[in-house]
Write a protein that binds this ligand. Structure first.
Ligand SMILES: [Zn+2]
Length: 212
């Protein structure tokens, strides 16, 4: 992936599933007491083509598989739209599960079910590989199915959910941002999706309040 693509998509989540969650500009709370009641602000996946570009930027798809998937989409408009819809639904379920965990409440069963269904589909497509004295589960390296974006992100979310890293998942404190990330800072002090973005807005606000 090129540096400009990483910059453009702002892949700062630290894990694939959070970069998926962060494929919207932000989430605007509709209800102060219920974080799961929100509206999406600017979905960056305006079309299936955007999803393929994102898949390439994140490294899920290589050039060849992205080309094959674009050809598939050109010939199967309805199927491509359905996959995009599935990605968007998965994205929101992943978001809601992690927000519930961050806030110390129970994730909704329907979100767990949705993630589970996508994980089951993903597992079916994985194979056992052996390399450098180790076995591991992997998708075929030349996989060019449009669902591969769904499979990879669903398993990425599940991996975090069953690991100790679940305690390191945080939500940006920026207003109407809602982005998620894995806090890998030594002392677990990261508060913002991006210091230059939400972090800076907060800094400017604190400075202005001081002057009042
Ligand atoms: Zn933010």
């Amino acid at each position: 992936m090129s540096a400009t693509e990483i910059k453009k998509w702002k892949l700062i989540g630290g894990r694939l599933c959070f970069d998926l969650v962060n494929s919207v500009s932000g989430r605007i709370k509709q209800n102060e007491t219920n974080s799961l009641d929100y509206k999406i602000d600017a979905d960056k996946f305006e079309s299936f083509a955007h999803l393929v570009v994102w898949g390439k930027a994140t490294g899920i798809l290589n050039e060849a598989s992205a080309n094959k998937i674009n050809i598939f989409a050109a010939q199967n408009d309805k199927a491509a739209k359905k996959i995009l819809q599935r990605v968007q639904l998965l994205r929101e379920s992943i978001y809601k599960i992690f927000v519930s965990i961050i806030e110390g409440s129970e994730p909704l069963p329907e979100d767990i079910d949705l993630l589970n269904n996508e994980c089951t589909a993903a597992r079916e497509k994985q194979k056992l590989f052996y390399d450098s004295n180790k076995f591991f589960w992997k998708f075929s390296p030349d996989i060019a199915e449009p669902e591969s974006i769904i499979w990879n992100t669903a398993l990425s979310a599940a991996d975090i959910l069953v690991s100790d890293q679940i305690n390191r998942v945080k939500q940006c404190r920026g207003e109407n941002c809602g982005w998620l990330f894995l806090d890998t800072s030594k002392n677990g002090s990261r508060q913002w999706c991006d210091m230059k973005d939400c972090g800076n807005v907060a800094k400017v606000r604190r400075y202005r309040e001081k002057l009042k």
